[in-house]
Design a protein around this ligand. Structure first.
Ligand SMILES: NC(=O)c1ccc[n+]([C@@H]2O[C@H](COP(=O)([O-])OP(=O)(O)OC[C@H]3O[C@@H](n4cnc5c(N)ncnc54)[C@H](O)[C@@H]3O)[C@@H](O)[C@H]2O)c1
Length: 339
């Protein structure tokens, strides 16, 4: 049992983006921890939100279906706010930067200004991203690494980070920003494009299709299993006053893209193979190369560390989708190979 788990019993907690991948997993954990939950989510087309993500806990969650900008009803009375609403697609931010800016900056600023007025000083934990650092100058990346995002999503997420920081400096909010590496696990929207390479690999492996690895293939990533990410949010929400407000979060292992693809393909047992593919020029322009987080600050100040190996997380993830196929993968389920 984690030290923060009892902290949520009877608390009124708002989760923005709570119908999405990360937010819904957090909502499930909060229900288990005995919190009273309000979910604020606009079910924005192109994002990963689904009403079905709250399947099994619907009766414990009040859902406010609205954009962040109109979220007043969802935060009145909140003891803690987990702010996970956002657009995650780096690629879409390059083809439609205004949409990304609207969702990740304008809506965020309007939400935070309302929150500061209605619930002054409230703890708000924001889902930031490693994308703000751009191409790492050295690995692993700690929180003092220069900020130099390579796409509009990274720029907008950094702006939203700084809104949280400014309101905190002014004493109007008490924000903590978690800068996440790639997260994977149950309730990712595998049927929605633009949710990142892990979703593509998982979907293709489940369907028995081959996995393309952009070359050279030895680029490092440190995927975080969603339960570990959720634990970090719970720890950050419950932590007493913190000396630092930004925390990098990464997974238990740094693995090459080739290794990640091979682990998923082998675990799926559908016959899907991994093959090399030249990096498409458009994607290469906004690529960050290798990334590995230094999460020692989170371990020191939040008592958090990732606990799930990649192999174990992939097994659990594949099992979830096999048990919930129709909700997440509309196509027919291919046979699993023996052995
Ligand atoms: N999944 C990852 O690997 C990852 C990595 C780094 C950071 N993050 C951040 O974590 C957060 C959650 O990511 P996710 O993977 O759960 O994405 P998701 O797309 O599954 O969920 C996001 C949810 O936010 C909602 N939303 C977006 N903008 C909104 C707005 N303006 N008003 C109301 N609702 C809105 C969407 O409808 C969706 O349900 C995002 O802010 C993302 O930037 C995610």
């Amino acid at each position: 049992m984690n030290s923060w788990q009892d902290a949520y019993r009877g608390l009124r907690v708002t989760v923005t983006g709570g119908l999405g991948f990360l937010g819904s997993n957090l909502a499930h954990a909060l229900v288990r921890a005995g919190a009273e939950i309000t979910v604020l989510d606009g079910l924005i087309p192109g994002c990963g939100g689904k009403l079905g993500n709250l399947s099994g806990i619907e009766q414990h969650c009040r859902v406010v279906h609205a954009d962040l900008r109109e979220g007043e009803a969802a935060v009145a009375g909140a003891d803690i706010v987990f702010n996970l609403a956002g657009e995650i697609s780096h690629g879409r931010s390059m083809t439609d930067p205004l949409r990304d800016g609207q969702l990740n900056t304008v809506s965020q600023l309007q939400f935070l200004s309302q929150l500061a007025r209605l619930r002054p000083g409230v703890r708000v934990v924001y889902a930031g991203t490693r994308q703000v650092y751009g191409v790492p100058r050295a690995l692993p990346v700690d929180e003092d690494h220069p900020i130099d995002p390579v796409d509009f999503n990274g720029i907008h997420k950094y702006a939203a980070t700084m809104y949280h920081m400014l309101y905190s400096r002014l004493g109007q909010l008490d924000a903590v920003v978690l800068r996440l590496s790639n997260v994977y696990g149950p309730r990712m929207a595998l049927d929605v494009p633009g949710q990142g390479f892990l979703g593509v690999f998982l979907r293709r492996a489940l369907m028995g299709e081959d996995l393309a690895v952009y070359q050279p293939g030895d680029q490092l990533r440190d995927p975080i299993y969603v339960d570990d990410a959720v634990d970090a949010f719970l720890a950050a929400g419950a932590a007493p006053a913190l000396a630092m407000r930004s925390f990098n979060l990464g997974g238990a292992e740094a693995l090459s893209l080739e290794r990640i693809a091979a682990t998923i393909a082998e675990a799926a047992q559908t016959g899907s193979r991994v093959y090399p593919l030249e990096f498409p020029a458009r994607d290469k322009a906004v690529d960050i190369g290798s990334y590995v987080a230094d999460w020692s600050r989170a371990r020191r100040l939040l008592g958090w560390q990732p606990r799930t190996s990649f192999a174990e997380g992939v097994e659990r993830t594949l099992a979830f989708y096999r048990n919930n196929w129709d909700a997440y993968l509309p196509e027919a389920c291919p046979a699993v190979e023996a052995g």
